[in-house]
Design a protein around this ligand. Structure first.
Ligand code: NAD
Length: 243
């Protein structure tokens, strides 16, 4: 029998992309849930939850997933670091794939960024620039946050090193800071550039998403994978076998 998915955030941009892509991957949309709808009824009609909604919705959704032991795929971004820690502990009680970006190429960008940060060292100033459509509600993007986390890990820095934009008399750039700049406008699906700049040369790694179907297909692939896993929190590197 075809796997039945519950789309949470069904009326949103990603909700539409998910319902459009489900059939191609042999999945059935068991329930479409948005703010105000009855989640319990939807859960009874589905095998796995795919959530692209709002950061405020994640805790209640996870509690329901745990109560009914339903696997879950989470794409929603915008949680604070403290919220994320608490939510990841909850998510580990069911099989859960959680990532800020379901694109295969972006997951390769994560690996390339780790390699570049390790090889190039602190003489190469690291900055991340992202651009998204004018409707996006959180900044920086979940993908930019992951890219920054990777750079901080490789350079053994804490979040104190992050510079969210710059303004005024900032003084010269220090080798231990990592800049992050979030641009917003138009209908940009999602652009991310990681820059490593030294005196005399600069490396830029860029990914541009032009269709949110790539995220939908990745999330649905994760849904097919997660239903076969024991409880735990996984990411797209696990789904793609990149670890
Ligand atoms: P959107 O604003 O178009 O849609 C969000 C939908 O969620 C809306 O229909 C809204 O009514 C609904 N919603 C709000 N609260 C809800 C609740 N409590 N229960 C159920 N539904 C609720 O946004 P979008 O562009 O579709 O993005 C949704 C989320 O997914 C954002 O956090 C975005 O950053 C993230 N996103 C992640 C990826 C990824 O690959 N991980 C890709 C694209 C978007």
């Amino acid at each position: 029998m075809a796997l039945r998915i519950l789309i949470n955030g069904a009326k949103g941009r990603m909700g539409h992309a998910l319902s459009a892509a489900a059939g191609d991957l042999g999945l059935v949309v068991g329930a479409m849930v948005d703010a105000g709808d009855d989640l319990a009824t939807g859960l009874a009609q589905s095998d796995v939850i795919v959530d692209f909604s709002s950061a405020h919705a994640t805790k209640a959704l996870l509690e329901q997933a745990i109560a009914r032991q339903k696997p879950i795929v989470i794409g929603t971004t915008g949680h604070s670091a403290a919220e994320k820690k608490e939510l990841v502990a909850l998510a580990g009680k069911v099989p859960c794939v959680w990532t800020g970006n379901f694109s295969v190429a972006v997951n390769l960008l994560f690996a390339l960024t780790r390699r570049a940060a390790a090889v190039l060292g602190s003489d190469y100033d690291a900055e991340v620039v992202e651009m998204h459509h004018r409707f996006k509600k959180d900044a920086p993007s979940g993908t930019a946050a992951r890219l920054l986390e990777i750079i901080l890990e490789e350079r053994k820095l804490t979040t104190q090193a992050l510079r969210h934009g710059r303004q005024g008399i900032t003084g010269e750039r220090t080798p231990t800071e990592v800049g992050i700049h979030a641009l917003r406008g138009g209908d940009v699906v999602g652009d991310h550039t990681v820059i490593f700049a030294a005196l005399g040369e600069r490396l830029e790694l860029t990914h541009r998403a032009s269709d949110r179907a790539i995220f939908a297909r990745g999330a649905l692939r994760a849904a097919q994978w997660v239903v076969k896993q024991p409880p735990g929190v996984y990411d797209m590197q696990d789904v793609l076998g990149l670890k």
